[in-house]
Write a protein that binds this ligand. Structure first.
Ligand SMILES: *[C@@H]1O[C@H](CO)[C@@H](O)[C@H](O)[C@H]1NC(C)=O
Length: 143
């Protein structure tokens, strides 16, 4: 009986323990709110945050699922911000993700800067966002 229970717990743990099963922390949520130009008074504060957090859960799952190598929490947060902005299907097709999954952290970091256009035009806001994401991605080194 006890052995069966212990076994069940071990199997459950193995299932939920994903290599990059991070949840982004409050600093990272603030970071993405800033990048999104989140306006606290536009919605009521809490309604806006509920929408943002629902979207974030989706993007966290997207990044977790698509990342095939071990990354750190700052890299994870930077990728969630990036995927949040691009959308998961587009994120999936990026050269950034390909370089990341081949273990080329430095190469992946340099890819952020390429995604600076909207409607074919370089947008200063996107250039800034990509720099901020790259800095967060590289915060603990490896770039
Ligand atoms: C913007 O992206 C292009 C590639 O699409 C790149 O060549 C250029 O260096 C980027 N500009 C900045 C300021 O990062």
């Amino acid at each position: 009986m006890l052995v069966t229970k212990i076994l069940a717990v071990m199997i459950a743990l193995a299932i939920i323990t994903d290599v990059n099963a991070y949840k982004i922390d409050n600093n990272a949520i603030k970071f993405i709110e800033e990048q999104e130009g989140f306006k606290p008074n536009f919605y009521t504060d809490s309604a806006g945050e509920v929408i943002l957090k629902k979207d974030l859960v989706e993007k966290e799952a997207c990044v977790t699922e698509l990342t095939k190598i071990k990354i750190n929490p700052d890299q994870f947060s930077a990728l969630v911000s990036f995927a949040y902005n691009l959308g998961c299907p587009y994120y999936k097709s990026t050269s950034l993700l390909k370089k990341l999954n081949s273990g080329n952290i430095k190469g992946a970091a340099n890819e952020f800067r390429l995604y600076n256009k909207s409607g074919g035009k370089i947008m200063p806001g996107l250039v800034k966002r990509r720099e901020a994401e790259r800095s967060l991605f590289c915060k603990c080194g490896g770039c």
